[in-house]
Design a protein around this ligand. Structure first.
Ligand SMILES: [Zn+2]
Length: 383
């Protein structure tokens, strides 16, 4: 995978409104004491926060960016500015006295520099391949209070960045309330969480809220083409499935062969069901039943997305047809003529239910067989 370097605003795809907002805050000199960035998908909140912190501390900013050359910028490039305090969830280490994020700081820096779109799941996996929960414990809150009690190390702003702030337990959250409400002069708190509703309301009310929307398909496709693949079709396919999450799009690209596979499975299913060939459905069920739960969930989501595209084609909108689809000889417009709209809705629900059933540990073959029956019915649905 290509290395991301998203430490300037210009390196973050899209999000032009938010970049303007941060630049305006800097230019006005009216920086709030606490920001909460809510980010439902991997849409660049951490990169934006770091670019903003860099800009605030740069000694010679230019065109709304840190210069990249002053001492402060150089320290920011390694996420090693002494006035940048990073806080993030950790899994409980062997020794209770190490239960705060500082002792994992080198690993965290490395992970973010390698991929600023790092997800909580990725980070947890790096710390502990098992299933332990990662949290921001009360010991961490104490550490932040101690750090904020010191004078700034010469930076204009001390930035306390709490990544995945929803992982603060109530005890650590409550402990930080007063500090977040009235941080020392020259201190800015930036909290990042999937949604404000994941945090204590008392914390949320002390922060200025900034919603970081999912990236647009175009922004993602362009980024994929500049960093990961020259293949426009592949980039668009991955972007259209990633629901605004760049990290997810990159992962999908890596799974390119898998996308071909899903397309083939879907086309097989529609052909079997249109012809109502039960023995073939049983074979298909047996074959797909060998897949892992994650693969099945991804396949069901892929199919639901595919059906959505087919309704767009029905209403005359231009639809992206992947090379994989072309290879199968499947024609979206023919499918739209054969499958009534009511049927598309029924089967789309069927795929949604199948995801839930996999999550509930229902037997895979049973889920797949029911899906086939649903699709057979869907072809016969009344308009
Ligand atoms: Zn600078």
């Amino acid at each position: 995978m290509a290395t991301f370097v998203f430490m300037f605003f210009r390196d973050v795809p899209g999000q032009s409104e938010l970049k303007s907002l941060f630049r305006a805050l800097h230019a006005s000199g009216k920086v709030p004491h606490a920001l909460l960035l809510s980010e439902p998908a991997g849409s660049g909140a951490l990169s934006l926060a770091l670019a903003f912190a860099r800009l605030l501390n740069c000694s010679a900013p230019k065109d709304g960016e840190g210069c990249g050359r002053c001492t402060s910028c150089l320290q920011y490039s390694g996420m090693a500015h002494p006035d940048l305090i990073l806080s993030f969830p950790i899994v409980k280490p062997a020794s209770e006295s190490d239960f705060h994020s500082e002792h994992l700081l080198p690993e965290f820096r490395k992970a973010v520099l390698n991929d600023p779109f790092l997800s909580l799941q990725d980070w947890r996996g790096l710390m502990d391949p098992g299933n332990k929960q990662a949290i921001i414990p009360v010991r961490e809150a104490s550490r932040l209070m101690r750090s904020c009690g010191l004078k700034n190390f010469g930076g204009a702003f001390r930035v306390v960045l709490i990544w995945q702030a929803q992982k603060m337990n109530a005890e650590s959250g409550n402990k930080l309330l007063k500090l977040i409400e009235e941080p020392p002069e020259g201190t800015l708190f930036i909290l990042i969480a999937p949604s404000a509703s994941d945090l204590l309301s008392t914390i949320v009310s002390r922060c200025q809220l900034v919603h970081v929307p999912p990236l647009s398909q175009d922004d993602i496709a362009q980024r994929l083409m500049s960093e990961h693949t020259p293949d426009r079709d592949k980039a668009q396919m991955a972007a259209s499935l990633a629901e605004g999450d760049l990290r997810q799009a990159v992962r999908l690209l890596e799974l390119d062969d898998t996308l071909l596979q899903y397309t083939e499975w879907f086309v097989q299913l529609t052909r079997i069901c249109y012809a109502a060939r039960l023995p073939d459905l049983l074979n298909w069920t047996t074959e797909l039943g060998k897949s892992t739960r994650d693969e099945l969930i991804a396949f069901f989501r892929f199919s639901a997305h595919f059906l959505e595209e087919s309704t767009r084609s029905r209403s005359g909108l231009k639809v992206y047809e992947s090379p994989a689809l072309a290879r199968t000889g499947f024609k979206m417009n023919v499918f739209s003529q054969l499958m009534p709209l009511a049927g598309v809705e029924q089967i789309a629900e069927g795929f949604g239910r199948s995801v839930e059933n996999v999550q509930r540990n229902v037997h895979a073959k049973l889920i797949l067989f029911n899906l086939g029956i649903d699709m057979m019915r869907a072809f016969k649905a009344k308009e």
